[in-house]
Design a protein around this ligand. Structure first.
Ligand code: AMP
Length: 171
């Protein structure tokens, strides 16, 4: 199964900047059969009892919404600054050069809710850690961070050591 899914992930060298090999999942999203296969494989990795699935903008949204529907959970968008219209919690995280920020609506989570976080790629883990902190700020319990692709050589898992982490494909 995984070898089929891998064939639909395109490596784009030097995007968005020199030295980065971008994992492009649009070929996978474009094939209904492969998208369904991927969703089924992701569902095997995640807890079944969750109240919300939080997806990280933008490529995390695709499978986060599908996972939410299949888990009978609500969906939460975690977004880049200034995109969400209502009051937000905000969390800053370090980049290679400088900082970035992600936001979540303050009423996205009822305190005590079990939240699964999903993104397409785990790289250094900075974004996912900030997402986990946002969920906790709102009183949610992070039950797992789940990824389609893990760039294991960047050791993002070490940054996420306080949480259960799962990924479908490791590079
Ligand atoms: P990081 O905070 O370093 O773990 O970066 C994770 C975020 O950047 C995720 O939202 C990914 O979608 C994106 N990302 C980082 N590296 C790549 C890559 N090689 N290919 C595709 N997306 C990436």
């Amino acid at each position: 199964m995984k070898d089929i899914i891998e064939q639909y992930i395109r490596n784009v060298p030097d995007f968005p900047k020199p030295g980065v090999v971008f994992k492009d999942i649009t070929p996978l999203l474009g094939e209904a059969r492969v998208m369904q296969l991927t969703l089924n494989e992701l569902l095997r990795l995640v807890p079944k009892k969750v109240d919300k699935v939080a997806g990280i903008e933008a490529r995390g949204f695709f499978f986060a919404t599908l996972l939410a529907e299949h888990l009978n959970a609500g969906f939460i968008p975690i977004r880049k600054p200034g995109k969400l219209p209502y009051d937000v919690y905000s969390e800053e995280y370090a980049l290679e050069y400088g900082t970035d920020r992600i936001e979540m609506h303050i009423d996205a989570i009822v305190p005590g809710e079990r939240v699964l976080i999903h993104d397409d790629v785990l790289a250094t883990g900075g974004t996912a850690l900030a997402a986990a902190r946002l969920v906790e700020k709102a009183g949610g319990e992070v039950v797992m961070l789940n990824f389609l692709i893990e760039l294991a050589f960047l050791k993002g898992r070490e940054k996420l050591a306080d949480y259960p982490v799962s990924s479908l494909l490791q590079y």
